[in-house]
Design a protein around this ligand. Sequence first.
Ligand SMILES: [Mn+2]
Length: 350
Amino acid sequence: MLTQSQIELLHHALEKSQHPFFIFHDDPDGLASYLLLLKHYKKGTGMAVKAKPHVTEEYCRYPQEHNADTVFVLDIALVDQEFIDTVKLPVYWIDHHPVQEPKRAHYFNSRHTGKNIPTPVMCLQITNNPAHVWLATLGAIGDWYWPAYAEQCRIDYPDLLPQPVNTVPDALYNTLMGVLIHLFSFNLKGTSQDVKRSIHYLEQIEDPYEILNQTSSAGSFVWKRYLNIKHAYDLLKEKALRSTPKEGLYVFTYTADTLSLTKDLANELLYRFPNTVIILGRHKSGEYRCSIRAPITINISKHLPELVQGIRAKGGGHEQAIGIGVHEDDWEIFLARMKDVVQEEQRIET
Ligand SMILES: [Mn+2]
């Protein structure tokens, strides 16, 4: 969480800026963070960082093109020092990924207080706007975190998050709040042009029922895009569910050029197959781009060095979730190592 003085500092910076430029992670919590600040301060331009959450020097041109006077970086794990030095604007960076030590940037990371609290929770602290509690709840649950203010969201919108739902997976897969979270996620898929258009319409949404009941043209637009991508997602899920876990390990690979549904599907498969390590790989350009999910009893990132040693594979992540790219010719070696890891972990458990 942010301290009172950090809240005031960020609030003041957002008030003072005439043209803030927001750079945010292209996932539901990154997008919600951006929308919370944009809707409250009613100014600025936003840009989602696709693929890796990593801002490099090349990004300097975007705030410059928009005549921005301040840059706010939201929910992004890495910002190169070259970006901060070259952009020549004040940079405020709010995040919850592993702590960095940038120079000449105002850096806020909830992990400084020893807790991993997602970015939208901190953005709501800054705006303190009761009209947007639903949006901050969407962002937090979208990042697998149950915020205290979810109770306020229940009061504001009882059917989004009905009682007795009180866990993240239950909310994600069995409530209208979960539908909204997937809608945010799916609207961030596809070409940059598609994503830009979706963000443009989401910026206009004030009430979640505009989306769920399609009562505004902005709501109808993002709903339609959601249904389109959901169709592809459901087809893929149907195929994926034909595979079943073997000895605690589930593996499914697919081929797709433009649409990456791996992260979303890996999460859902872990929900459907608890106590299983999930490997979901998208085959593209000679490699398998994988999302790996592990149950709470297994720390999968600890095994990363032995999994990639000596083969063409690269990845990173945290205890229960990693992303990794594996060269197609090394795929079988990688899978064999995964089997060993899962077996070893099961031995420890029993
Ligand atoms: Mn994120």
